[in-house]
Structures are given as structure tokens and as C-alpha cells.
Design a protein around this ligand. Structure first.
Ligand SMILES: [Zn+2]
Ligand SMILES: [Zn+2]
Length: 263
């Protein structure tokens, strides 16, 4: 496994920030590690890897014995979506630090974990497209988290990162909206700004966290003219036991169909 970057450029003032000066620390909880690696023994005891009982298409957790989730029984606009980690416990805390607290030292290890999953699953692609944020959000946060992961993946795989999608309408955090409303909201807020960039290409769409897959489905549906679409994120939220898992799945298929028919 590659060593974590020791120095990082701190956003804003350009000063170098020493993150892990003398030894290596667990990327999730910050504890010192006895040897090179990303996770401490305590974090490894948590269920951090999204590697069992998953939907073969979208990587969401499914009850034992199932191989496909209910969302993927309807139409999906992407071929596969992979996320190496589970959005729970210390993973969740670290990802929120990365998303909302400018913890950029997490970009390299998170992207490396995603890259390992893509390689392991034999996913090949020509171009990388990050899920966009509205410029208002980028201004507020200082960066677009999926874009940082996408750029690092671009370096690892030596593939271009394209700003093919734009978030044209500012939307508030969608956490409280149900799947149906989230999906409906999204289609009106993201636009394909450069069709030529993705023409006949195998596209990899990159997000940070994949929850219901509504965003991925939206972005994938917008990739008209591309050859094929794969998706990836750092972590996948577990929807088993959550209402979101089944709400509106039929509706989602209808919305995707409508959008594709309009194209
Ligand atoms: Zn730890
Ligand atoms: Zn699925």
C-alpha cells in the first residue's frame, strides 16, 4: 500500500501542513500505527469494508442470500457502482471530516482505496467525471470533495478528469428528503455541459458517499452519447432497515425513463 502523503498543501494560505510527521496514523481515528497501513486494529474490528452481502450492480448491502437490491431490479443508468467502505462509525466520522472540515490528508488514502476496488473488480474506463457541486457550495466549502478524489484517481490511472457535468441549481442538503423527492430534485439541477467530451467514452463517475444511488443514477442518465458508465464512491450507506431502501423505487425508474426519452 502506498504511504500516506506526509506533507499537504493547506488550502487557502498555501502553507505546508505537517500531517503525519514522524509515524503513521490510522486515517479513521488518528491513532498511531505500529506499521505502515491505513487502519488501526480497533478500526479494523469495526465493519469498515463494504465487501460482503452486496448488490452485484450498485454495491449496496443486501440481506444474506440476495445478490441484487430492489433498486437494481428496475432500470439503472450505470453498469456498476463500487464503494470500498461502509458509511458507518469511524468511516463516517472521517468522511464527514473530509467533506465538511477540509481534511485533505484523507484524499490520497481514500482515493487509493477506491482505486484498489476498481482494479480488483476489473473496471476499466476512458475518462473520469466528478459529481458536481454548485459554485455556491464550492465557495462555502472551498472545494468539491468528489473532484479531489477524481483528480487523484486521474493521477493513479493516468486518465483525464472532465468537468462534463455542472450543478446549475443550488439545492439544500437532501438528507431529509426521501428518495423520490431527491431523485426528482436532482434531474432539474444537474446538466451535461459538454457532450463531446464523453462521446463514445467509457465514463467513470466519482462521488464521495453513495446513499440511495439517486445522484449516481441521475449523473449516469445524463451521460448520453457515452459508451458505458461506471460509478464509484468512497463509502456506501447501509440502507437495510432504512425506509429509503424501498420508497419510490418504481417512481425512480419512471423518472429515469422520462429523462432518457427527453434526450
Ligand atoms: Zn483507527
Ligand atoms: Zn443495487
Amino acid at each position: 500500500m502506498n504511504k500516506i502523503f506526509v506533507f499537504l498543501k493547506k488550502f487557502g494560505n498555501g502553507a505546508l501542513d505537517v500531517m503525519f510527521p514522524d509515524n503513521f496514523k490510522c486515517i479513521l481515528c488518528g491513532r498511531d500505527l505500529a506499521e505502515d497501513g491505513y487502519f488501526c486494529k480497533d478500526c479494523l474490528r469495526e465493519d469498515i469494508f463494504n465487501d460482503s452481502n452486496r448488490c452485484v450492480i450498485c454495491d449496496t448491502r443486501v440481506p444474506k442470500g440476495n445478490i441484487i437490491c430492489n433498486h437494481c431490479k428496475s432500470k439503472r443508468s450505470f453498469k456498476r457502482c463500487v464503494c470500498p467502505l461502509n458509511m458507518e462509525g469511524n468511516v463516517k466520522r472521517a468522511i464527514l471530516k473530509f467533506k465538511d472540515d477540509n481534511a485533505r490528508y484523507l484524499v490520497a488514502p481514500f482515493a487509493n482505496l477506491v482505486a484498489e476496488r476498481l482494479k480488483k473488480d476489473g473496471i476499466n474506463f476512458d475518462v473520469i467525471v466528478p459529481v458536481p457541486s454548485h459554485k455556491k457550495s464550492v465557495k462555502k466549502r472551498g472545494y468539491n470533495p468528489p473532484e479531489l478524489i477524481a483528480v487523484r484517481l486521474g493521477e493513479i490511472f493516468n486518465k483525464p478528469v472532465l468537468q462534463a457535468l455542472e450543478k446549475t441549481v443550488y439545492t439544500k442538503k437532501q438528507k431529509k428528503l426521501d428518495y423520490e423527492k431527491r431523485q426528482a430534485n436532482l434531474f432539474d439541477t444537474i446538466t451535461l455541459v459538454n457532450k463531446d467530451m464523453i462521446k463514445d467514452k467509457v465514463v467513470l463517475i466519482v462521488d464521495d458517499v453513495v446513499t440511495t444511488g439517486a445522484t449516481m443514477n441521475t449523473c449516469a442518465a445524463l451521460m448520453r452519447g457515452s459508451k458505458e458508465v461506471f460509478c464509484c464512491g468512497i463509502a456506501r450507506r447501509n440502507l437495510i432497515g432504512s425506509d429509503e431502501r424501498f420508497v419510490g423505487e418504481q417512481k425512480t425508474a419512471e423518472i429515469v425513463d422520462n429523462v432518457q426519452n427527453k434526450m
